[in-house]
Design a protein. Structure first.
Length: 131
């Protein structure tokens, strides 16, 4: 009997390409191991590309976080990848970084250990659709 891998991915979108969330999670433990956020919405909050670059650089300084900028159809998109094996959610909650605070306030991650089922419920109730 083959064992199915515990690691799974799921994708959620808000609006027409406003925000795309990709979660990797351990299906046996119901724990999120990483999240990738692709957001036109967050990027629209920047004054200009320069401010966006400064934000990306500040995010890059956080252990376990990767950030970059992309442009699609003339729209700026910020891409943030958070490895929850490297940075604990409790540490993220203490962060003074504006974007990290926004991610937490938006409910993209829920529970002390970042419980996938709770997180999924949270984002679905805030208008995201599962792909």
């Amino acid at each position: 009997k083959e064992l199915l891998p515990a690691s799974k991915d799921s994708e959620f979108v808000l609006g027409k390409d406003e925000v795309k969330l990709t979660y990797s999670f351990d299906s046996k433990k119901d724990i999120v191991t990483s999240i990738k956020i692709e957001s036109k919405k967050i990027a629209e909050g920047f004054k200009d590309k320069n401010e966006a670059k400064k934000t990306v650089n500040s995010l890059e300084k956080i252990s376990g976080v990767k950030a970059s900028l992309d442009e699609k159809k003339g729209n700026l998109i910020i891409i943030i990848e958070i490895n929850l094996k490297k940075i604990k959610f409790a540490e993220m909650k203490k962060s003074k970084n504006v974007i990290v605070k926004e991610i937490i306030e938006a409910g993209y991650l829920k529970g002390n250990e970042v419980i996938y089922s709770e997180t999924k419920q949270s984002i679905l109730s805030s208008g995201f659709k599962e792909k």
